[in-house]
Design a protein around this ligand. Structure first.
Ligand code: ATP
Ligand code: MG
Length: 469
């Protein structure tokens, strides 16, 4: 389906119509190239009916309407686009009038969601340049250059140039099915290069999340960052600390739940961005030899599930990312004399409180995450009815997977995971036999791999109390 287009990309100069251009290397936009319908192979069949409905309705009402962003980029790369962004000169209020099934969302960046069943089409009004004569209600920038609000309307050219990367500034015009390339995105697609539009320093300062987007797209598309796009990231990484935790949470989900989490993690580490998102995890990487294997294994499992289209939960992912920090706190608290169970609870609270300063974790994820952690203490205790009760816990499966992760990473020695594998798969007879083994080996199998000096506890009647039955 993309053959024609690929051929076309290999000889871009021959068939391109350059309307007006500035190719002099000044860093300005190279100008608009229009690829007419007959010269590209983007078929409307690739786009969702809902997206096309929005485009046609806008067009018929006399507005400009384009498909833009990731859906075009992905389609040109031969991938199936999943979500569709529309850009138009209709204002949010005009969009509300035109689409009954729509809602204006966002304050910093107002957009309109048009809903069709479960599908949402994001419709964005063209953004213009920021000048001082706009009131604060539409445009606001901090002294450091951070865009606090971006609701100045503009024309399509201005809209294209305020987008982040050249490959994200491709527009598909519903009026004549032509493809508009405003910033050299087609060349960059061909060379698999991710390049910020404009001066990277300025663009990252306007919105530091663009650094995370650079990493996300580089990993997802297997693109290389253009040298100037790459250069400022390490230095500017701390700007992420200014971003509201709720926005970073959303961004972390996109980073780690789109199928390239392991590659993304390595890039985030390389560029000093991981420490801005998960500072405690970053610190433990040097201090606990099992921390990085645990995190990477969790990310690899996530990638594997995404590839197999199995559900993935942020509870598990955040659970793994924060766990090394929690365990380090547990050790510290226990060394100060706190018993294991309260130490675990306190450590969990402290670690979460610190993380919330960086990314939010909505309760619907932090509660199951706590369950997964709490169950780590229950899994070794299997006597009497306990194993059956644990098995019935709604979060048992996630907690069991988490235990396997800890064993694979070398945090705890293997054995307990196998026991639970056998227990949940076994019939009544097998289960009784397995419980018999626990009675014969009350020390259990979850002793820490590395021995650390233990403080003798007063009233220490059970030497390994807290960990096992
Ligand atoms: P995907 O949907 O696959 O994550 P996308 O490129 O569509 O990728 P969105 O977050 O859906 O990403 O954004 C849609 C478009 O809006 C982008 O392609 C880009 O043109 C523009 N955009 C999004 N976020 C920013 C930003 N922070 N700065 C500038 N432009 C942005
Ligand atoms: Mg998108």
């Amino acid at each position: 389906m993309f053959k024609g287009f690929t051929r076309f990309l290999q000889r871009p100069g021959e068939r391109l119509k350059t309307l007006f251009g500035n190719q002099d290397g000044t860093g300005k936009a190279p100008g608009l190239r229009i690829i007419p319908r007959e010269e590209h192979d983007i078929s409307r069949q690739l786009f969702s009916d809902s997206a096309l409905k929005v485009l046609y309705r806008l067009h018929n009402a006399g507005y400009e309407a384009y498909l833009v962003g990731g859906c075009l980029r992905d389609a040109l790369l031969g991938q199936t686009p999943k979500d569709f962004d529309v850009a138009t000169n209709a204002t949010p209020e005009e969009l509300r009038d035109l689409f009954r099934n729509s809602r204006i969302i966002g304050r910093r960046f107002r957009i309109v969601h048009v809903r069709f069943g479960r599908e949402i089409i994001e419709v964005t009004t063209f953004r213009g340049r920021h000048t001082d004569d706009h009131g604060e209600h539409v445009s606001q920038q901090s002294e450091a250059g951070l865009l606090l609000r971006d609701n100045v309307w503009g024309n399509v050219e201005e809209d294209a140039l305020r987008r982040d990367f050249t490959v994200n500034a491709l527009y598909y015009n519903i009026a004549d099915f032509s493809l508009h390339d405003w910033a050299g995105g087609l060349d960059d697609l061909e060379h698999r290069t991710l390049r910020l539009i404009g001066d990277p320093q300025v663009r990252y300062r306007e919105d530091p999340v663009r650094m995370l987007r650079a990493i996300r797209f580089a990993a997802k598309l297997d693109f290389t960052l253009a040298p100037a796009t790459e250069a400022p990231i390490r230095e500017l990484a701390p700007l992420l600390l200014q971003i509201p935790p709720a926005r970073l949470f959303e961004e972390v989900l996109k980073l780690f739940m789109s199928g390239q989490a392991v590659a993304t993690y390595h890039l985030l580490r390389d560029y000093g961005l991981f420490a801005m998102l998960f500072p405690e995890a970053d610190e433990t990487l040097d201090e606990l030899d099992w921390a990085e294997p645990l995190i990477i294994q969790a990310l690899a499992n996530t990638d594997d599930r995404v590839r197999r289209e199995r559900p993935v939960t942020p509870a598990f992912l955040f659970g793994a990312l924060l766990w090394p920090g929690v365990q380090q706190r547990v050790q510290r608290l226990q060394a100060e004399g706190m018993p294991p169970i309260p130490a675990q609870q306190t450590a969990a609270q402290q670690a979460i409180a610190r993380q919330l300063q960086h990314t939010s974790i909505p309760k619907r994820f932090s509660l199951p995450m706590r369950d997964i952690w709490d169950l780590q203490q229950r899994l070794p205790r299997r006597r009497g009815k306990r194993a059956y009760q644990t098995l019935e816990h709604p979060r048992f499966r996630a907690a069991y997977d988490f235990l396997l992760l800890r064993e694979a990473a070398g945090e705890v020695k293997p054995g307990l995971g196998d026991w639970w594998t056998a227990f949940q798969e076994g019939d009544e007879h097998d289960q009784r036999r397995l419980l018999g083994k626990v009675d014969a080996d009350p020390a259990g199998t979850a002793a820490p791999r590395k021995r650390r000096p233990r403080k003798r506890r007063r009233n220490n009647t059970r030497p390994d109390s807290g960990n096992h039955d």
